[in-house]
Design a protein around this ligand. Structure first.
Ligand code: SF4
Ligand code: SF4
Length: 403
């Protein structure tokens, strides 16, 4: 059952899981074999059922929001594999987001200040992000990134200063309007994917436009416990996107989040209807029926991002698109298991993240395919690092760049 099916009991202003959401869980445990953190640790406290039990204990006043509770929520990837597997329709994604917001005030002051600076203050400031990306790109060009710890340097995207200076075309093609969400990290580190998307849209009968302004949709803030910041960013983006027939999004976590904008702003009379209309038009790039021309792509392994597969049920479209473009699609074993990227997880929970990264890299390398199609920026960075670590020659490419 999708999160949208459970809107009645949810209030995004409340920084706590809704009692109605908690009540859905019957503790059957059918989600456990699907949970990457439970599979790695074997701990009930690292399972969906254990996390929900902890949320319920707090809700019923039997436990406090303490360090142990916070750790259980932080250790979750928010991959939503449990949600997709749950026969009772537990909307786990929004529950863990709410539990993180609930746990945020009790963090130690330094960690809280850092998180607030990044998730609530920096992300909405596009110009500052671009300036910081330029600094990162310059330091990478000079090799200075080798001086910082490997896990931090590896988590940072490569920034091309040349790309950063080249603006995206404002409009191309003819037809109904498709507005591209340029976003935050995508905008500074994955502009070639944006350019390929605009070309693919124009070739597929759309007038592809890049709205003025642009910036973060608020997904990262929502995932990490800052719903108010996420609501502010939704209000910033909606006026830029609402004239379009479809809103195309190049990051799985962002498209999944933007599809909930109607619920996120449901209590705000000035925005509810507008948010709902834009949310209905959001479409992930991996789910766009692009026109393709047959070519010889050869064997292409396909990676499913969790926020495609589990949160939005997207899996068939990218495979069909690649096949139409002449690819022999190769499946990766245990495809539904998270690669460990999960927003900021690789920085905040490096040990579990690197284990998941290694597992995913080995599974992809075992396909023998020379290329793996990855339609999500966080996964692309994580998988490329994992393949490098094991010395695999398989390269990572975005499916839109491949077609
Ligand atoms: S989340 Fe769903 S599958 Fe998991 S224990 Fe609860 S009811 Fe069962
Ligand atoms: S969201 Fe992912 S990591 Fe978190 S409890 Fe569910 S399956 Fe486990």
């Amino acid at each position: 059952m999708s999160a949208a099916a459970n809107v009645s009991s949810w209030d995004p202003r409340l920084p706590a899981p809704a009692a109605g959401d908690l009540a859905h869980c019957v503790a059957c445990g059918l989600c456990l074999p699907h949970c990457p953190t439970y599979r790695l640790t074997g701990r009930e406290t690292a399972s969906p059922r254990g996390r929900i039990a902890a949320m319920r204990a707090v809700d019923e006043g039997r436990a406090e929001v303490d360090g142990a509770f916070r750790y259980m929520m932080d250790e979750c990837l928010a991959c939503r594999a449990c949600e997709a597997a749950c026969p009772s329709g537990v909307p786990f994604g929004r529950m863990v987001e709410a539990a993180r917001a609930q746990a945020e005030p009790g963090r130690d002051p330094r960690s809280r200040a850092l998180r607030r600076a990044g998730l609530a203050w920096l992300l909405p400031r596009r110009r500052l992000l671009v300036a910081m990306a330029a600094g990162l790109g310059a330091s990478q060009a000079l090799g200075l990134d080798r001086l910082v710890p490997r896990r931090l340097a590896g988590a940072a995207p490569r920034v091309s200063l040349r790309e950063l200076r080249r603006p995206l075309p404002r409009a191309q093609g003819r037809g109904p309007t498709a507005a591209l969400l340029t976003g935050c990290v995508m905008d500074v580190a994955f502009r070639p994917v944006h350019r390929a998307t605009l070309r693919a849209l124009a070739r597929s009968g759309w007038r592809a436009v890049v709205p003025g302004g642009g910036g973060c949709c608020g997904a990262l803030s929502m995932h990490h416990g800052y719903p108010e910041a996420a609501r502010r960013m939704a209000r910033d983006r909606i006026p830029e996107l609402e004239g379009a027939d479809v809103v195309v999004v190049n990051s799985a976590g962002c498209s999944a989040h933007m599809r909930t904008w109607g619920e996120l702003l449901a209590d705000d009379p000035a925005w509810a209807e507008r948010a709902h209309r834009v949310a209905e038009r959001v479409r992930d790039v991996a789910d766009m029926p692009f026109a393709t021309e047959p070519r010889r792509l050869g064997a292409v392994a396909v990676h499913d991002a969790c926020h495609h597969l589990h949160a939005q049920g997207i899996g068939a479209t990218p495979r069909a698109m690649l096949r139409a473009a002449g690819a022999e699609v190769v499946e990766v074993a245990d495809a539904g298991r998270c690669c460990g990227a999960a927003g900021l997880y690789s920085v905040l929970e490096p040990e579990l993240s690197s284990e998941l990264r290694a597992q995913k890299a080995r599974a992809i390398a075992a396909t023998g395919a020379p290329v793996v199609a990855v339609a999500n920026p966080g996964c692309a960075l994580q998988i490329a690092a994992g393949l490098r670590d094991i010395g695999s020659p398989t390269r990572v490419a975005h499916p839109v760049e491949l077609i």
